[in-house]
Design a protein around this ligand. Structure first.
Ligand SMILES: Cc1cc2nc3c(=O)[nH]c(=O)nc-3n(C[C@H](O)[C@H](O)[C@H](O)COP(=O)(O)OP(=O)(O)OC[C@H]3O[C@@H](n4cnc5c(N)ncnc54)[C@H](O)[C@@H]3O)c2cc1C
Length: 400
């Protein structure tokens, strides 16, 4: 059977892979993007991704270069303030609250929040308008063989592809990464996350709030009003068995428990969507590139959802890859380019995964003295203005 040639083959059409396809398609490269699971593009459909993504400032340039931002902006909610609340005392009400306001470091909001199912819908529509992008939902990467001059990829529909550059965007168990024999370091916490949307009587005021008590953070991120009621996306992290108990609770009891866990900061919370459960790990690939291959997003790095780092780091991977492609457009996928990609991204990824790992372990503490220590730490870091500003810039994606 003859092989078809393409500049770039993207294995994986999750949010990261779809963004990569739009980005390199807009740049003029021929792109094939494959994923065995067709994207679910409606909130109420079975399998819909009910998480939301807070895109931080540096991600905006990537979304614009991919021709995506104009489509997404009408649905985005500004994030103006990041609020850290410690509710680690004897009772679950807030005892320390600190606001990080974007106006301290920028004229723009920190970021913009969008539901993941809606991201997929708009990304797929964008790809439909790019004749040089061949998106194949329902098709998987079946086998990968690389050599100096090309990546040879067999797809599950029988197609054989020769690509100058193979991008592994196929998730935390990346088949591309495994084919290349690139190992990972994984850290487990015995923790899961519940992700869902709620409405509440009090307005969120474009404040994203992370509440720490034990088991992991409880995070409320602003969404547009729903049927005239203020609305937020919630990620609630706890030990695994506790998450499974919460996920199975009757709705009225669940509403009562999550309102208590939120410290009732917005009044009684009302569940508006299904509850979805996500396993929580940290993981870093030993290398971010191999022969003719770049690993991006969860294929390269996974971390607990704290400080909205995950997908923003994936877009940082894409920003670096795009710069390297622009520097040598006819030499994409060659060894010097991919070595440089690894060297530019890997130290930054290691630093961020380590930082989020420490924050997550601090948030999980159940012993009272350690919770008190955590609260004191938040208060003293916040009190130092230069430290506070540096933390804000780092949190938004500035390089350390
Ligand atoms: C609860 C939660 C909340 C989060 N909130 C945020 C946030 O606010 N901000 C943020 O920046 N990040 C956030 N993240 C992280 C973010 O969601 C992830 O980084 C992102 O969704 C990962 O995208 P991905 O495309 O790498 O992986 P995935 O979404 O897992 O996509 C991988 C794709 O690869 C496909 N695939 C598998 N096998 C094959 C194969 N053989 N061939 C081809 N394709 C294949 C799969 O079907 C899948 O569609 C959150 C994460 C969690 C768990």
């Amino acid at each position: 059977m003859t092989r078809i040639s393409t500049d770039i083959l993207i294995s994986g059409g999750g949010v990261a892979g779809l963004t990569a396809a739009a980005l390199f398609g807009t740049e003029g490269y021929s792109v094939i993007c494959v994923d065995p699971a067709p994207p679910v593009t409606e909130e109420t459909a079975e399998g819909a991704d009910l998480r939301s993504t807070a895109f931080l400032q540096p991600s905006l340039a990537v979304l614009k270069a991919a021709g995506l931002w104009d489509r997404l902006a009408p649905f985005a909610t500004d994030l103006q303030v990041m609020r850290i609340v410690d509710a680690g005392g004897k009772i679950p009400s807030p005892r320390i609250t600190r606001d990080f306001n974007a106006t301290d470091v920028s004229d723009l909001p920190f970021g913009w929040n969008l539901p993941n199912w809606l991201l997929r819908r708009e990304m797929v529509r964008r790809l439909e308008g790019l004749p040089n992008v061949d998106f194949r939902p329902g098709t998987a990467t079946a086998a990968v063989l690389t050599r100096d001059t090309e990546a040879l990829v067999d797809l599950s529909d029988g197609t054989k592809v020769s690509a100058q550059l193979l991008i592994g965007a196929d998730g935390r168990n990346s088949p591309v990464r495994e084919s290349l024999g690139i190992g990972v370091r994984t850290m487990r916490y015995g923790q899961k996350a519940l992700a869902f949307a709620v409405t509440h009587p009090e307005p969120h005021g474009n404040v994203s709030t992370e509440i720490h008590r034990s088991g992991g953070p409880f995070t409320l991120v602003p969404l547009p009003d729903r049927d005239g009621r203020p609305c937020s996306a919630i990620v609630w992290m706890e030990r695994g068995p506790e998450v499974l108990r919460l996920a199975a609770l009757p709705e009225a009891e669940f509403n009562a428990e999550m309102t208590a866990r939120s410290g009732a900061i917005y009044g009684p919370l009302r569940l508006e969507t299904r509850r979805t459960v996500w396993p929580i790990i940290s993981q870093v690939a030993h290398r971010m590139s191999g022969e003719r291959t770049a690993l991006i997003a969860e294929a390269a790095h996974v971390m607990p959802p704290i400080g909205a780092q995950g997908l923003n780091m994936s877009l940082a991977d894409l920003r670096v890859l795009l710069d390297l492609c622009r520097a040598a457009p006819n030499r994409i996928g060659e060894e010097p380019m991919l070595d440089l990609y690894h060297r530019r991204r890997h130290p930054e990824v290691l630093a961020r995964v380590t930082g989020i790992d420490i924050l997550n372990r601090a948030s999980m503490q159940s012993a009272q003295p350690l919770r008190d220590l955590r609260a004191a730490g938040v208060a003293s870091l916040y009190a130092l203005k230069p430290v506070r500003r540096t933390l804000m810039r780092l949190g938004m994606g500035a390089r350390g």
